[in-house]
Design a protein around this ligand. Structure first.
Ligand SMILES: Cc1cc2nc3c(=O)[nH]c(=O)nc-3n(C[C@H](O)[C@H](O)[C@H](O)COP(=O)(O)OP(=O)(O)OC[C@H]3O[C@@H](n4cnc5c(N)ncnc54)[C@H](O)[C@@H]3O)c2cc1C
Length: 377
């Protein structure tokens, strides 16, 4: 039966869900975004493992100009002193159709908004009130407009404000005592890395990830540093913690830096409302140490869409069960990486490097640790 759906939030999750509905169903939908425009922050890179690329290909990602993304063939592990430890072959997980892809977030948003923008996207929309009406949900916005819908798909990110309107239980994101600093590099900035691959440098209480985001091989750098408190006025002290471990890294922090505190959602909670679904970071926010946040946004959108399409009799429970199972795997792996990447003791670092070197060549390990994440249906 044809449904009317309100999607709240035009990030990766909301836009992906909107594309699936638009391309493969007859349901009516409107996408409500609180900002006045889409955030097309140029330099921010995104890694998409094959489980995400598969979903994007379903909605026509192949039409994106191939100059605008890159397929890194592997991950190189380095110590913070730029000494190579070992490498991981990403081809192991690729198929002919779906390959590990890196690109600018803006490229992805441009692609996702293409079919949605004029007809279905409404900007400057903030929810004021929600209520039940004749088995439907009435959403009132603060500009005095409203929408009466069959389903609400909440995709408004990790700090989901929409949750407060529907849920009694609080699940406020927790500061992970770390910050992310990112910048965009035109060259490899005199560090010894292969600019066609993903480079992961592990240091004491910090790590850096550098990867190409297009065929010009412009590079995205993300540096995660542990801090006790987030102080936006003192980012320099966090950068110093990294540079003190390798002065050559000074160059990578020369450009325009953006930084933000890292949060994750403490508990994975079901929706208490049978017509309301959470996708993307609004379902669960992950720390970026497995590079799965965006991909999980796509996956959650795809899972929910499939259940709606199949007219599943118990969508809410089926969706939560599927999503919980996936989110728990990703959460465990992300937390484990966060712990292992940042060892302070040199004995632990040596031991870790030895173990990683051994494991990255073991097919069984790759299949269970990463394969189970990357090879979702
Ligand atoms: C440092 C860092 C690096 C990362 N790197 C990667 C990576 O390499 N690969 C990867 O897969 N993921 C990565 N991620 C994670 C990824 O960016 C996020 O998980 C993903 O963008 C979440 O998408 P989303 O659509 O759920 O939420 P968001 O992108 O947060 O979008 C939410 C949207 O909702 C809007 N909104 C908010 N509140 C309201 C409201 N009340 N009403 C209406 N609209 C609202 C917002 O304006 C926004 O447009 C990284 C994250 C960080 C912090």
């Amino acid at each position: 039966m044809k449904k009317k759906i309100a999607i709240i939030g035009a990030g990766l999750a909301g836009l992906t869900f909107a594309n699936l509905i638009k391309k493969f169903s007859e349901h009516e939908f409107t996408l409500y975004e609180k900002e006045e425009s889409l955030s097309l922050d140029e330099g921010y890179g995104i890694q998409l493992s094959v489980n995400g690329v598969k979903i994007l290909n379903k909605i026509g990602f192949k039409k994106v100009n191939t100059e605008k993304f890159f397929h890194p063939k592997g991950v190189d592990f380095y110590s913070i002193s730029n000494k190579k430890i070992c490498d991981l072959d990403l081809n192991h997980f690729n198929t002919q159709e779906n390959k590990y892809t890196t690109l600018k977030r803006s490229t992805l948003i441009e692609f996702l908004k293409d079919d949605i923008y004029t007809q279905h996207l409404r900007f400057g929309k903030r929810i004021k009130e929600v209520s039940k009406l004749k088995g439907k949900v009435l959403i009132k916005f603060d500009d005095n407009t409203n929408d009466l819908v069959d389903l609400v798909v909440v995709a408004d990110g990790i700090f989901s404000n929409t949750r407060f309107f529907f849920e009694k239980k609080k699940n406020e994101p927790k500061f992970k005592k770390a910050i992310a600093i990112r910048t965009f590099l035109k060259t490899n900035s005199k560090i010894d890395i292969n600019d066609e691959r993903i480079s992961l440098m592990m240091g004491k209480k910090c790590h850096l990830v550098i990867y190409p985001i297009n065929k010009k091989k412009e590079l995205n750098l993300v540096c995660i540093v542990r801090v006790k408190k987030y102080d936006p006025n003192n980012i320099k002290s966090s950068i110093d913690k990294v540079i003190n471990q390798n002065s050559n890294l000074k160059n990578v922090f020369d450009g325009n830096l953006k930084y933000w505190p890292l949060y994750s959602t403490p508990k994975i909670l079901p929706s208490s409302h049978d017509k309301v679904f959470y996708i993307g970071d609004a379902f669960n926010g992950f720390i970026p140490t497995l590079a799965q946040g965006a991909v999980q946004s796509l996956e959650s959108a795809n899972e929910l869409f499939n259940l709606i399409k199949e007219e599943n009799a118990d969508i809410q429970n089926s969706y939560f069960k599927q999503r919980l199972e996936r989110a728990e795997i990703i959460k465990k792996r992300s937390n484990f990486n966060f712990f292992v990447f940042h060892f302070s003791s040199s004995i632990m670092q040596t031991l870790r490097n030895f173990i990683i070197k051994f494991l990255v060549k073991k097919k069984g390990f790759l299949d269970s640790y990463l394969g189970s994440v990357y090879k979702n249906k």
